[in-house]
Write a protein that binds this ligand. Structure first.
Ligand SMILES: [Zn+2]
Length: 627
């Protein structure tokens, strides 16, 4: 056996380790030469001794096809044994003879051969440096818990947006596969910007900076008619601040879990300067919220998450989130600016687009929830010693760690502010509990029976039928009050009924689900709804498909336009069919109570509107759920 001693040739490149080929294949030697040349000179500086590269014959059973896109995942292209790399002979031959450009993977057999070499050399490096165990790498890849086991399966398994699903096998393979693309594909930096940033730093690979990053995202929504209908840009150049956004539990600020989110303070397009004025542009602000994604939309609102649902990053309008928590759920929202440098902000946003377009984890109520996902995202832009300061797993404790004045994540002293001070500084938006409570107190003066119950009993226990009777009695006698009082009475009733209707409608799907398996007709009807509402369960990468990772500008523009056109024609009819199906589902014996409740809500709406119309006044502005 003869060694072509490439080490001599490459010794300038590799200070400590030489790469030697075992064999006489000149073509193969030249490819190895080229790969070594594109790697940084100190790439293998941690490795003692030489690395031998050798061909291995592929067995008859797994012969390589000449179509790159039809290659079986079982085909072994290369492997590593200690410091010896083995490469499939057939692949080397195809790299030399087949120059076809394919539209998948690395595109050509020659590039694939280079990728195999890079892949195995990365393993060699990783075996010595344990890069795949770096907590920062694990946070970017997405793991349930930071682990010391590089062979552990990766939590994200969204195969369709991966350049090569083999990356999900474990952390080691994730590192090796991503190194291939970082080095060989100039688009990689824009397709997986957070991974690219990390790997270039850690592997010493210069970024090429040829491609153009696309920061356009699709806004999601709990409302079917808004879901994926608007795009927003989260370009770091337009983001003034990033806030930790925390939804607490009503009045008792420090109780229960709460929900951990982030808020991007994006400046309105008309602003030429990125300044604190952008804090006022709340209709442009975007919220990052890790939620359990429930694939059957008919149980979208069901509470009690058990861990079988995927966890996904949702990007929502701040205005919608604000309304959802402060109005419908009667919770406070706390929004605290994070001290982040320009680079940290950029890294955070790069990870946001990478996560949005490529990531789906698993939602475990205790181990992997909105809080832990949020911490992992934030930690990925902090140093290890900084991220060690956020040790908690529940949103409330995370909040306390973040505002702790001993840490430097927020302005000093936020942890000492009173509720009123938080409000004055704009960090706290109170729940609308107080407003609704005041409406209720006002109505007590006119509806005596309301005095016998508490506000929470009114919200939870008083049926629409009973409320309807009370309102009807009151309206029969309305003339005895002066015009201003009349107006106030109707406004307050409408105010409270809007809340009650919205809250009630949210509980219906989960009630329906309880009977799901008891009745095949019902099951069929619910599934029909699911079809109609399928768009609610679509992941962003199912709306806009990319070659892999983040879609580029062209992919985004074309497919978004197509999606909008398609939706526009189907939406209106679908929403109506959906309501009718829902009503027919409820028209079952075991839903008599629900149907009665809904009918009385409609009656309440009717009489309040008729009173308004008879007075020829437009008291009421359109509410969201009436849209
Ligand atoms: Zn590997």
């Amino acid at each position: 056996m003869k060694y072509i001693l490439l080490a001599l040739f490459f010794s300038i490149n590799f200070a400590q380790a030489g790469v030697k080929i075992n064999g006489e294949n000149i073509f193969f030697a030249s490819v190895i030469n080229e790969v070594v040349r594109i790697l940084p000179s100190d790439f293998l500086s941690s490795v003692d001794g030489d690395i031998i590269v050798e061909e291995f014959p592929s067995s008859n059973t797994e012969s390589l096809t000449d179509n790159l896109c039809q290659m079986s995942e079982e085909t072994k292209l290369g492997f590593l044994k200690q410091n010896k790399i083995f490469v499939n002979t057939q692949l080397i031959l195809l790299a030399k003879t087949n120059t076809t450009l394919f539209h998948c993977g690395h595109g050509t057999f020659l590039k694939l051969l280079k990728a195999v070499l890079i892949h195995e050399l990365t393993h060699v490096k990783d075996n010595h440096e344990k890069i795949s165990l770096d907590p920062e790498f694990q946070r970017i890849v997405g793991v349930k818990k930071i682990t010391l086991n590089s062979k552990k399966k990766v939590i994200n398994q969204v195969l369709e947006v991966s350049p090569d699903p083999y990356e999900f096998k474990n952390l080691e393979e994730s590192l090796a596969v991503n190194a291939e693309y970082l080095i060989l594909d100039p688009e990689y930096e824009c397709r997986k910007p957070a991974s690219a940033q990390y790997l270039s730093k850690r592997l010493g690979i210069q970024l090429k900076r040829i491609c153009k990053k696309n920061y356009d995202i699709l806004l999601q929504s709990s409302f079917l008619e808004d879901h994926y209908r608007t795009k927003a840009s989260i370009d770091p150049k337009r983001v003034y601040q990033i806030h930790y956004l925390f939804a607490s539990k009503g009045e008792s600020l420090m109780s229960r879990w709460g929900h951990a989110m982030f808020r991007l303070v994006i400046c309105a397009p008309f602003r030429t300067e990125i300044s604190e004025d952008c804090l006022q542009d709340i209709s442009h602000h975007v919220v990052l919220s890790y939620r359990a994604k429930i694939s059957d939309p008919s149980i979208n609102y069901a509470s009690g998450l058990t861990g079988k649902y995927p966890s996904q990053l949702y990007l929502l309008r701040y205005m919608e989130v604000l309304q959802e928590y402060t109005k419908f759920e009667l919770r406070d929202l706390i929004s605290i600016p994070l001290n982040l440098s320009l680079d940290q902000k950029k890294d955070f946003l790069n990870l946001t687009i990478e996560r949005f377009w490529t990531y789906q984890g698993k939602y475990y109520f205790l181990d992997n929830n909105c809080g832990t996902e949020a911490v992992k995202q934030l930690s990925s832009v902090l140093t290890d010693s900084e991220s060690a300061l956020i040790r908690s797993t529940t949103p409330l404790r995370i909040y306390k760690d973040i505002i702790n004045s001993k840490n430097n994540f927020t302005a000093y002293g936020i942890d000492t502010l009173t509720r009123q001070e938080l409000k004055d500084k704009g960090y706290l938006v109170e729940s609308m509990h107080k407003n609704f409570y005041e409406s209720f107190q006002f109505l007590k003066k006119f509806i005596p029976s309301f005095s016998n119950i508490s506000f929470s009993e009114f919200l939870k226990n008083l049926s629409a039928e009973k409320r309807f009777i009370e309102y009807q009695n009151l309206f029969d006698d309305l003339e005895r009050y002066d015009v201003n009082e009349q107006k106030m009475i109707i406004l307050k009733i409408h105010h409270l009924e809007r809340l009650l209707a919205a809250k009630y409608l949210q509980t219906i799907p989960s009630k329906v689900m309880k009977f799901f398996n008891k009745d095949s007709t019902l099951k069929h009807q619910v599934l029909t709804i699911s079809q109609e509402l399928k768009v609610l369960s679509l992941a962003p990468w199912e709306v806009i498909k990319s070659v892999y990772g983040v879609p580029n500008e062209i992919e985004f523009k074309n497919q978004f336009q197509y999606f909008l056109t398609k939706m526009k024609s189907t939406l209106e009819t679908e929403a109506e069919i959906h309501m009718n199906t829902l009503l027919s589902i409820l028209d079952k014996n075991y839903f008599a109570k629900e149907l009665n409740e809904l009918n009385h809500m409609l009656k309440i709406k009717k009489i309040t509107s008729s009173v308004i119309i008879s007075r020829n006044e437009e008291f009421i502005t359109r509410s969201t759920y009436e849209k």
